[in-house]
Design a protein around this ligand. Structure first.
Ligand SMILES: NC(=O)c1ccc[n+]([C@@H]2O[C@H](COP(=O)([O-])OP(=O)(O)OC[C@H]3O[C@@H](n4cnc5c(N)ncnc54)[C@H](O)[C@@H]3O)[C@@H](O)[C@H]2O)c1
Length: 255
């Protein structure tokens, strides 16, 4: 019996990095999982690989920053699997700008994905969770929810807002058995960072050294280490945890 046996989960941004690790971990723990990503090719290939190994997954190619697309994704997941217990809001992008450089359009681009998609998916999931008798929402926030990155004004703003969104969801819906929490990852080596390092002509070693200097554990984390904490918050092991931020950052924020 897995820790999520009988549960149905939806995950956004599940084709890569932390989202992909979460989808795989949830399936390994017995959940049926629907995931959305705007990268259709990678999403299909992840879903096919999991299905070939016997996992029960559905992939939807969607931009979850679009309200109608987010609501449709969640509704289709409940219709296909017959219930919905867990939502993991994870899709995210980065922009590198100060407030002076940022255009109204770039604010919309980032906030639509990194913040509003979380609210849209929760809007779709909460009625379904009520029908299931309760549920758990896990928002992927960041150490940037409480600190600033520098030259990432829209990202830092969105991540701080996710902390508020998490507490607001928790106070409104915990009385009906729907918990809401967030994980706040620190430096986690994902395909996103691999692309960024390659584009900047940096080595993986220099990324690792940088993460070592900024964390108590002296290394970057892995997507699997974040997925473990998402699993904990999503599962009944966290039955008395709501409205909380769990830092998965190697001690970065406490330094
Ligand atoms: N990697 C880190 O160091 C780190 C640290 C703190 C927080 N996070 C957060 O973790 C989450 C995942 O990041 P990651 O490092 O795994 O990145 P990633 O780029 O590897 O994965 C993100 C996924 O989200 C998808 N996505 C982006 N916009 C989308 C949209 N509009 N609709 C649907 N899917 C969309 C991408 O296609 C991609 O598959 C993000 O919210 C990020 O802010 C990451």
């Amino acid at each position: 019996m897995g820790r999520l046996s009988g549960k149905v989960a939806v995950v956004t941004g599940g084709a890569s990095g932390i989202g992909e690790a979460t989808v795989r971990r949830f399936v390994a723990e017995g959940a049926r999982v629907a995931f959305a990503d705007r990268d259709a090719e990678r999403g299909r290939s992840v879903a096919a690989e999991i299905a070939a190994a016997g996992g029960d997954v559905r992939f939807t190619a969607a931009d979850v920053g679009d309200e109608a697309a987010a609501l449709a994704f969640v509704a289709e997941a409940e219709a296909a699997f017959g219930r919905l217990d867990i939502l993991v809001n994870n899709a995210g992008i980065r922009l590198y700008q100060t407030v002076v450089d940022a255009s109204a359009e770039s604010w919309d681009t980032l906030l639509n994905v990194n913040l509003k998609s979380y609210a849209y998916c929760a809007k779709g999931a909460i009625p379904a969770m009520r029908r299931a008798g309760g549920g758990s929402i896990v928002n992927v926030a960041s150490v940037r929810s409480v600190t600033a990155g520098g030259n990432t004004i829209q990202y830092d703003t969105a991540k701080a807002a996710i902390a508020g969104l998490t507490r607001g969801l928790a106070i409104d819906h915990s009385p009906e058995g729907i918990r809401a929490n967030a994980v706040c990852p620190g430096p986690i080596f994902t395909p996103f960072h691999a692309r960024r390092i390659a584009a900047a002509g940096r080595s993986v070693e220099s990324y690792n050294e940088d993460a070592a200097g900024r964390t108590m554990l002296r290394r970057p984390g892995t997507a699997d280490e974040v997925a473990s904490c998402i699993l904990f918050l999503a599962s009944d092991d966290a039955s008395y945890v709501t409205g909380s931020l769990l830092f998965v950052d190697g001690g970065m924020t406490a330094m």
